[in-house]
Design a protein around this ligand. Sequence first.
Ligand SMILES: NC(=O)c1ccc[n+]([C@@H]2O[C@H](COP(=O)([O-])OP(=O)(O)OC[C@H]3O[C@@H](n4cnc5c(N)ncnc54)[C@H](O)[C@@H]3O)[C@@H](O)[C@H]2O)c1
Ligand SMILES: O=C(O)C(=O)C[C@]1(C(=O)O)C=C[C@@H](O)C=C1
Length: 367
Amino acid sequence: MMKNVLMIGIGLIGSSIALCLKESNEDLRVTGFSLNQEELEGATSAQIIDDWEMDLQKASEAADVIFLCTPVSVTLKIMEEISSFNLKSDVLITDVGSTKKEIMNQSTLLTSKGYQFVGGHPMAGSHKSGFLAADKNLFENAYYILVPSSEKNKQSVADLHVLLRGTKAKFIQLTANEHDEMTGILSHTPHIIAAELVHQADQLIGDFPMAKKLAAGGFRDITRIASSDAKMWADISVSNQEVLVGELDKWLVSLGNLKRTIEEKNWQKLYDFFDLAKKIRDDIPVHKEGSIPAFHDLYVNVPDYPGAIAEVTGILAKEQISLINIKIMETRDDIFGILCISFKNEKELKQAQTVINQQTAYSSLIN
Ligand SMILES: NC(=O)c1ccc[n+]([C@@H]2O[C@H](COP(=O)([O-])OP(=O)(O)OC[C@H]3O[C@@H](n4cnc5c(N)ncnc54)[C@H](O)[C@@H]3O)[C@@H](O)[C@H]2O)c1
Ligand SMILES: O=C(O)C(=O)C[C@]1(C(=O)O)C=C[C@@H](O)C=C1
């Protein structure tokens, strides 16, 4: 029988999930809801959703499954709103928010009415927003965290595994506290630090306009996530306030210690600091399959890059190797560049290097 899935929010995550649902479930009708008609029409034309509705009550009451894919503060409000509707008695409601404690607390508004709620968070994403960035491969091999609201949720968790199998994600269960503690350190704090680094650099650029050109490798790598959506991150920071205040307190202390070590020119202590960080970082399996997905980057040296981009992408297309990102890193003022091409997994990265080596004279490096 046809199941009605309601996607509340059809941005990057809602649209990417919609594509995965449609890929692996034939008997689904996906309806989109948001406040933006242009977005709803665009996502329908792009065949991400089957139809759309701007009446939340009507859409929610017709749904068998509801995905809440809006910024966290909006999700909290919508949970309250839909809890007053006459939803189907067996409706399954889930969300994708980056924090879980507030969401799970709010879910009692739904579970107290007998509705099933399972908190969710696919641990993959991007600094891009909106349905135009939708990607059905976004969650492949990533962890998809589920937070059941009670023991009675077992069947709903199992139903979500089946419904979401097209994501090719790995499902794990955590409590809301475990989730917020870990993501606070591994995801939320890095975003705060990346944004603060950009603010600091902006002051420098005011004094030395030339600095913009020098903001190459290291700065680019550590600040990519500062291009993320401001509303999403303001919401996350407020929602995970307790963990983040604790984390930032620890940072203030450790940065103070580091500052003193540099003031003292204590070379050995600084060496040990960087050496230990390197050992720990090298041991975190961010580049291996099945862990937090990372971009698998190939750096191709292209002295005459305008023609080289077409040549390299042409070879990859011919060999049916899909790239997920391509950028030019200019290291000098004259025409000289390094193409940084990102792949979804290590296998495609290595295949790409092999065919580029075989079919061009460009040198390349995996990093
Ligand atoms: N972007 C990521 O990397 C990522 C990864 C995992 C989880 N998340 C979480 O997923 C959720 C969505 O993030 P995204 O990146 O898809 O955001 P997005 O900005 O791409 O999309 C947000 C969607 O919510 C809709 N929306 C906003 N306000 C609304 C309102 N008041 N009523 C109805 N709809 C409204 C927008 O129209 C849009 O469709 C957030 O809770 C975020 O924390 C994001
Ligand atoms: O890759 C990125 O751009 C992300 O920021 C993705 C990221 C993360 O911090 O890992 C961001 C927030 C989400 O809740 C989950 C994933």
